[in-house]
Design a protein around this ligand. Structure first.
Ligand SMILES: Nc1ncnc2c1ncn2[C@@H]1O[C@H](COP(=O)(O)OP(=O)(O)OP(=O)(O)O)[C@@H](O)[C@H]1O
Ligand SMILES: [Mg+2]
Length: 310
């Protein structure tokens, strides 16, 4: 997909012209080095949600860092990628886990031909190149290990590399944290770190947007089934919100993968068993979700009826 296309997409979604013109200005002001072109993402699919786009873009335009918080499969990584694409910046993906430490983020000493040399870590490279660094699942790391980022993420915009010079962040550099904080609750980050981000709570996709998304991914799927799948997702969401079932089955990734399996020839109900129903670990919840399926999809509904012949 051409990089200009994402701005056209944002325009069609109704993102404010004022914000888009600032994005265009940002892109022309911070010219990209030739070698970095390959690091600018070219998303296959776009994030749907005009309000979220507007809030996220203005955060970054204002020079702030962004933390995306929300339940699983709410498009946090898709949005982060879209932001780097829209603003035409190289992206670094940095996954956080329990043992993530300063060395992994910023750099470690290596020996090369008898000399000590710094092997630059992703946060440092991103900072120097004016990239967008996606700090993925930032809450998985220990808070103490994240303290090295404090000076990077606040007004100081510097990285202290022990034993080396102090590095200033390129003006265009931004960090986008993601963190899965669902109905079930997960590890939190401390207030000092949270304070260095603007925080977006990621909503579950609307039924209308989900229909569009399913249409993007499965153009051959018949319109009435796009609606049925989007409505099924809403049924499940209502059951979760009502506390009748846990959030296991509210899994957009699972729904989309199930539709892929239908393309490969599995019946709708069988495919949704793997992608949706079995995401519940309690027997009675699985039965409840199966009942929701049964109302919308006959047991023998398969590829022939679901997809247009190509
Ligand atoms: N609002 C949305 N617009 C477009 N796609 C969406 C949206 N919400 C979810 N998705 C879809 O959900 C799937 C998961 O997206 P993504 O990996 O970005 O989620 P995530 O929030 O990072 O999930 P996790 O917390 O599990 O890592 C993708 O196929 C994505 O297209
Ligand atoms: Mg993610």
């Amino acid at each position: 997909m051409d990089r200009r296309d994402i701005l056209d997409f944002l325009r069609r979604e109704g993102v404010s012209e004022h914000i888009l013109s600032e994005v265009e200005y940002f892109r022309s002001f911070y010219q990209l080095r030739e070698e970095m072109q390959g690091r600018v993402p070219e998303p296959l699919y776009h994030y749907y949600g005009k309000e979220i786009w507007e809030q996220a873009l203005t955060t970054l335009l204002a020079g702030e860092h962004l933390l995306l918080v929300g339940p699983k499969a709410t498009g946090k990584n898709v949005l982060a990628q879209g932001l780097a694409a829209a603003m035409n910046r190289p992206q670094w993906d940095i996954s956080f886990y329990i043992n993530t430490d300063a060395g992994a983020l910023i750099g470690t000493d290596t020996f090369e031909n008898g000399a000590v040399r710094l092997r630059r870590g992703p946060v440092l490279r991103c900072a120097e190149e004016g990239g967008f660094g996606v700090l993925d699942e930032i809450n998985m790391a220990r808070n103490e290990s994240l303290a090295v980022l404090h000076a990077t993420l606040d007004f100081r915009r510097v990285i202290d590399v022990p034993g080396y010079e102090r590095v200033r962040l390129h003006e265009a550099a931004r960090f986008i944290g993601t963190m899965n904080y669902g109905y079930a609750g997960t590890r939190e980050i401390n207030e000092a770190l949270a304070s260095r981000f603007m925080i977006l709570q990621m909503p579950v996709i609307t039924e209308e947007s989900l229909q569009k998304l399913i249409g993007d991914k499965y153009p051959a799927l018949r319109q009435d089934y796009r609606e049925q799948f989007a409505q099924l997702f809403s049924d499940i969401r209502r059951k979760c919100e009502g506390g009748e079932i846990s959030a296991g089955a509210l899994d957009l990734r699972g729904l989309l993968a199930s539709i892929r399996m239908m393309e490969h020839g599995l019946t709708a109900v069988r495919a949704l068993e793997l992608g949706i129903v079995n995401k519940c670990f309690e027997e009675y919840e699985r039965r409840l979700v199966s009942d929701l399926l049964a109302v919308r999809f006959p047991g023998d509904l398969g590829k022939e009826e679901l997809f247009e012949r190509t």
